[in-house]
Design a protein around this ligand. Structure first.
Ligand SMILES: Nc1ncnc2c1ncn2[C@@H]1O[C@H](COP(=O)(O)OP(=O)(O)OP(=O)(O)O)[C@@H](O)[C@H]1O
Ligand SMILES: [Mg+2]
Length: 540
């Protein structure tokens, strides 16, 4: 692979896609004030979508409160609720499309003509690449593949609170690329016209009308945490407000005796977390007595634990919903579902676009890396590019008309993985800050001291407190900061975390760095060299 392509590939695999809500499919009848009609006789997502064992769920039930005070609705409770209310049907099945850059080819007939100016073999690779493009237009009903349980839980949550007019809050967590934003937006788009500029929207549930306000904020775009109130106020009302008055004005807007509920989505909520977490606490506490349905989304699994003491004192515990990382089998099924959209054509041409073993390898490698689906899609796309190039080479040697097509095989996936993951880890290690490098070194040291025992986060924290004070310039992290640093190392695939269902701090942690690479990265960093002098690492 030439250096430029390699660079592009690495950029793709290390960056996240745009964080924005999913737009609803353009519907000929839709207008800005369109009223959504929902009925409660088919509340749940299609029966045909199986609930996979890997889909774990812990959501929301006012009835169930664990010893930490976190309300949880397990799937059985959820099913019971479904029976009682016998249930909500989306009268007209909405199809939602993830927005895509205009250049991305689409699958429908109309676009086919625009996109396929060349021969068929090229077109199929083009379409396959487009399918695996980040933010490619994948059509779903209102449920992502393999997210049936989570979609049901979200729909139940919104539906029940809108109908009861009851304020509530939900905290959605899970590692990157597990479909949190995508599924939430798919679910919401059943209630709300997310493209609409109208500040209030009508939804009809079981023949009854409800008026809803809606605001989606990606907290990454909020420049200062204290600006969050004004951002929400402006999103809900369309009016500007002075930062100093924004908190009070928003509170009085939300608590005034209005006949409507406001749905507030705070995506990437961890961006608002700081030392005091005042704003996040305040917003969640408003879900007690203001007309809001508040949903916070973030990667931090333990955010509720961190905020819980204060929230609990105020009689409030947000509901929680965890998006577990996709298992290798789930990733394989999701990839297959994507391929199905182009499979007809490849079968017509008499070849299989992806060899089953290639899908398996991609799925297994992605699941063991971070479980981020974006990376799995990137690997598929890059492998298609490889095959396309090879095919082009072969076809040049052949007569025109006798085009040859090749499948993506296990070796193509392996080549992409080798190029990307191996090179990436070295550069990822280099990019870590001193504190993070120190944590990785300490983990290697702690593992060396106890080779037969996998460390828990808690045990590693104790080790860190005893051994982490290597220099006056590098302060010791507090427990929450320590856990956060480790989850960011996990996202970078530098450490592996085997999550405990009880608490993030009880999860097992192990290193996943190539020691030789780490030794080379810490070369010249005196305090780390000193720390690792007796570990044998530097002999690597
Ligand atoms: N089950 C799925 N089937 C098909 N595509 C999926 C599925 N889950 C996620 N995706 C796709 O993967 C990409 C990442 O999903 P999404 O942005 O929802 O992840 P996230 O959990 O919000 O990640 P982050 O924590 O980084 O914000 C999106 O393009 C989304 O459409
Ligand atoms: Mg997201």
């Amino acid at each position: 692979m030439v250096p430029k392509q390699l660079e592009d590939l690495q950029n793709l695999l290390s960056s996240h896609d745009g964080k924005r809500p999913i737009a609803e499919d353009g519907d000929a009848h839709s207008s800005l004030t369109k009223k959504r009609r929902l009925r409660s006789d088919t509340f749940n997502t299609p029966e045909t979508t199986p609930i996979h064992k890997g889909s774990k769920i812990s959501v929301i039930s006012p009835a169930s409160v664990d010893q930490k005070g976190v309300k949880k609705l397990n799937f059985t409770e959820h099913v019971q609720i479904k029976k009682e209310a016998s249930h909500v049907k989306v009268e007209q099945q909405l199809t939602v499309e993830i927005p895509t850059p205009p250049v991305t080819p689409q699958k429908d007939e109309e676009n086919k003509e625009n996109v396929v100016p060349t021969s068929k073999p090229q077109s199929i690779y083009l379409r396959a690449k487009a399918t695996f493009q980040r933010s490619s237009p994948v059509k779903f009903s209102s449920v992502l593949p393999e997210r049936n349980a989570e979609a049901n839980a979200l729909k139940n949550f919104f539906m029940s609170h809108i109908k009861e007019g009851q304020a509530s809050s939900l905290y959605v967590s899970g590692p990157p690329g597990t479909g949190k934003t995508a599924q939430l937006n798919l679910t919401l788009s059943e209630f709300i016209d997310m493209e609409s500029t109208e500040k209030l929207q009508q939804v009809e549930i079981d023949g009854k009308d409800y008026t809803l306000g809606y605001s989606y904020i990606n907290c990454m775009t909020v420049s200062k945490t204290s600006n969050i109130y004004s951002e929400i106020y402006t999103a809900l009302t369309g009016e500007k407000v002075h930062i100093k008055q924004s908190r009070d004005q928003l509170q009085s807007f939300l608590s005034s005796d209005k006949a409507h509920m406001s749905i507030i989505i705070l995506d990437e909520l961890d961006q608002l977390l700081g030392k005091q977490n005042d704003e996040v606490f305040t917003l969640f506490s408003w879900a007690l007595n203001c007309n809001i349905i508040l949903v916070g989304i973030s990667n931090a699994l333990d955010m509720v634990d961190r905020l819980l003491p204060r929230l609990k004192m105020n009689g409030l515990s947000p509901n929680t919903l965890v998006f577990m990382p996709y298992t290798a089998d789930q990733i394989a099924r999701i990839i297959k579902a994507k391929i199905e959209t182009i499979e007809m054509e490849s079968h017509e041409l008499g070849f299989e676009l992806f060899h089953p073993a290639a899908i398996q390898l991609c799925a297994r490698k992605s699941a063991s890396n971070t479980g981020d689906l974006r990376k799995a899609f990137d690997i598929c796309r890059c492998a298609i590019e490889l095959v396309e190039r090879e095919t082009r080479g072969l076809n040049i040697l052949k007569d025109r008309g006798d085009k040859q097509l090749q499948s993506v095989k296990i070796q193509h996936i392996a080549r992409v993985i080798n190029t990307v993951f191996n090179t990436n880890q070295m550069s990822k290690l280099r990019e870590l800050n001193l504190q993070q490098k120190l944590l990785v070194c300490l983990l290697i040291k702690a593992e060396g001291a106890n080779p037969f025992q996998t460390l828990t986060m808690n045990a590693f924290y104790e080790y860190y407190i005893k051994n982490g004070k290597v220099d006056n310039l590098v302060g010791l992290l507090k427990k929450a900061e320590f856990l956060e640093a480790l989850s960011s190392l996990e996202a970078n695939s530098v450490v592996r975390v085997n999550k405990s269902p009880r608490a993030f701090s009880e999860s097992k942690i192990s290193s996943s760095v190539v020691k030789k690479d780490l030794a080379s990265v810490i070369k010249g960093i005196y305090i780390l060299e000193k720390l690792m002098a007796d570990s044998g690492l530097l002999a690597n």
